[in-house]
Design a protein around this ligand. Structure first.
Ligand SMILES: Nc1ncnc2c1ncn2[C@@H]1O[C@H](COP(=O)(O)OP(=O)(O)OP(=O)(O)O)[C@@H](O)[C@H]1O
Ligand SMILES: [Mg+2]
Length: 264
């Protein structure tokens, strides 16, 4: 039986909240030797302020490429990305990225890693200490503030990675499969942590995943991507109260429906 789901257009969502991000006709072609690879084609969507969007798709559909363009790390072949009405062409402090792999500075302690990005913003040590302490507490790592990255677990490293970007108060948090290498239990803990931080800080989140359950657990809206070329195949508004229970009938309906789309 097919699940009854609301497929909501981005316009409907942005009616109630201001649009923060607007992506129009985005296209990305990579050239490798004599071959042109059409990776992204006709990507159009908007994100409302404070929305949590998951970008779901199979390996190689262009999810990371899309995120890199939004971060300003690579340019699109054509199309535009507008953040707060301004064109995105370079990386900026208004967008922060959390990757799957560990990107902490190995020679800095947990608190120094979190403080690092604040230094260009302020030289006042008291301000930096207060902010770092607040974010250490928010991610539950106060006791580990003097540890080096090699002395903490993978889950804890991702907590530091989250604190390190959230302390900068970005408008948009871009996350590329940040919990993919964690075990199921730790992954669930991190999903809950992300949701609680998002509820407290109300930033906009674009979260890339290939995991259907992760997308249904987290998202206000899921953009399902197609492959060759990467396009947004379908948009699904997840109309479930949080916290969402994986065993519930409604949750299963969403995940079954998404599996159906991904298998097409
Ligand atoms: N710099 C590059 N040069 C050439 N081709 C690239 C480059 N970056 C990505 N690609 C190609 O673009 C396609 C999409 O890659 P991308 O990493 O965006 O996929 P993905 O959806 O993030 O996959 P995964 O789920 O495995 O991380 C792949 O075929 C990849 O080989
Ligand atoms: Mg990827």
């Amino acid at each position: 039986m097919k699940a009854k789901l609301k497929v909501v257009s981005p316009q409907k969502i942005t009616k109630t909240r201001a649009t923060i991000l607007e992506i129009s006709n985005l296209r990305k072609v990579f050239q490798v030797n004599d071959t042109y690879l059409n990776v992204l084609e006709g990507i159009n969507f908007t994100a409302a302020n404070g929305e949590l969007i998951c970008i779901l798709g199979r390996s190689g559909c262009g999810k990371s490429t899309l995120l890199k363009i939004l971060a300003g790390f690579i340019p699109p072949s054509s199309g535009t990305v507008l953040l707060n009405g301004q064109s995105v062409t370079t990386p900026g402090p208004d967008r922060c990225v959390v990757f799957q792999e560990d990107t902490l500075f190995p020679w800095l302690t947990v608190q120094e890693n979190i403080a690092f990005g604040l230094k260009p913003q302020t030289r006042e040590k008291n301000v930096i200490r207060e902010e770092v302490d607040l974010f250490l507490a928010l991610v539950g790592l106060t006791e580990f503030k003097n540890y080096l990255p090699r002395e903490i677990s993978g889950g804890m490293k991702q907590r530091v990675a989250l604190a390190r970007v959230l302390v900068l108060k970005p408008d948009i948090l871009l996350m590329d499969e940040p919990f993919a290498s964690l075990d199921t239990y730790t992954r669930e803990e991190m999903q809950n942590l992300l949701l609680s931080l998002w509820e407290k800080l109300s930033h906009t989140v674009l979260f890339v995943t290939h995991d259907v359950n992760e997308a249904v657990t987290l998202a206000d809206r899921i953009l399902v991507m197609d492959k060759d070329p990467g396009r947004v195949q379908e948009e699904i508004h997840v109309d479930l109260k949080r916290p969402r229970k994986k065993e519930s009938r409604e949750f299963l309906q969403y995940s079954q429906y998404l599996y159906e789309i991904l298998r097409r």
